[in-house]
Design a protein around this ligand. Structure first.
Ligand code: PXL
Length: 282
């Protein structure tokens, strides 16, 4: 009998606006992986584009959940973290890495804290410092260009070449994570995708699709969820990158005809059949 892989993902639940847990849970489950969750906060919507959202911080609940899980001896094949609401939460999450991993557990950190050159609402340099610490404990990190620039103390730019991307990836690995992945990479007007670096082998990987010049919310979480699922299933860095870029592109093209409100998220649901097919491809 093949036992099912099990991961835990730690991020907020935004009740409306498809991102974080409302993306990670269905996407990773569709990949045939048991997906436990630790919700870090409950918001009525995500913070990008909506006004007047509610925000209930769940920091105080996390340690109780962890204690209970420890008492029943849970371990995970991967721990995947996304949007975290505070410095304190990042510190608690760092402890979760120690408590729920063994030598075979992948730690995947999406330092979700900004986009288009700016930090998300309510975030300051403090969260950047904490995310850097978390990244130092991860096997894979998945920043976009904005998050990478903040963590490396570099100015955000949209004007760069392949050498710049390679340099950023090497610098990201020097934060202490051996296999960084950079999303939202555009080397020219035609192509959009992601890049990865394996600091052990010195190999760089790039994966691109046609550039669709539209802002679409939640695509970073779709990418990170598929990437997490793929590495958990034992796919290589190159295969995982390709699957995450391919599926994110599928979701973007699916959303284009209906995207009259970009903040409502991407139509990943009708693409899940394709994702299952990607997982089963040899
Ligand atoms: O998709 C990233 C994300 C996750 N969670 C919350 C957010 C955002 C981005 O805006 O606001 C609450």
């Amino acid at each position: 009998m093949v036992t099912m892989k099990r991961i835990v993902t730690v991020q907020d639940i935004s009740c409306f606006g498809k991102c974080s847990l409302t993306v990670a849970l269905p996407v990773i489950s569709a990949m045939g992986i048991e997906t436990a969750v630790i919700p870090t906060a409950v918001l009525s919507t995500h913070t990008g584009g909506f006004k007047g959202y509610t925000f209930r911080d769940l920091t105080g609940d996390i340690e109780g959940i962890a204690q209970h899980w420890k008492s029943i001896g849970l371990k995970f094949n991967a721990i995947y973290t996304g949007y975290l609401g505070s410095k304190e939460q990042a510190e608690i999450v760092s402890k979760l890495f120690d408590d729920f991993s063994d030598d075979d557990t992948f730690i995947i950190v999406d330092p979700a804290m900004g986009d288009s050159g700016r930090l998300y609402a309510g975030f300051t340099d403090e969260i950047v410092t904490e995310m850097k610490k978390l990244c130092s404990k991860a096997d894979f990190i998945i920043p976009n260009m904005t998050e990478a620039s903040f963590m490396l103390g570099l100015p955000y730019t949209e004007d760069y070449d392949e050498k710049y991307i390679r340099d950023i990836l090497v610098k990201l690995s020097q934060l202490g994570c051996s296999r960084p992945v950079l999303t939202g990479v555009r080397l020219d007007d035609r192509r959009h995708g992601a890049a990865a670096y394996d600091s052990q082998s010195g190999q760089f990987y790039f994966s691109f699709r046609d550039n669709i010049n539209r802002i679409m919310h939640g695509t970073g979480d779709i990418f990170a969820s598929v990437f997490t699922g793929a590495v958990t299933l034992g796919k290589s860095l190159e295969q995982s990158l390709e699957m995450a870029v391919g599926f994110t592109y599928d979701c973007i093209t699916e959303t284009l005809p209906v995207a009259d409100e970009v903040w409502y998220g991407s139509c990943f649901e009708s693409c899940l059949g394709k994702l299952i097919a990607y997982v089963n491809e040899k």
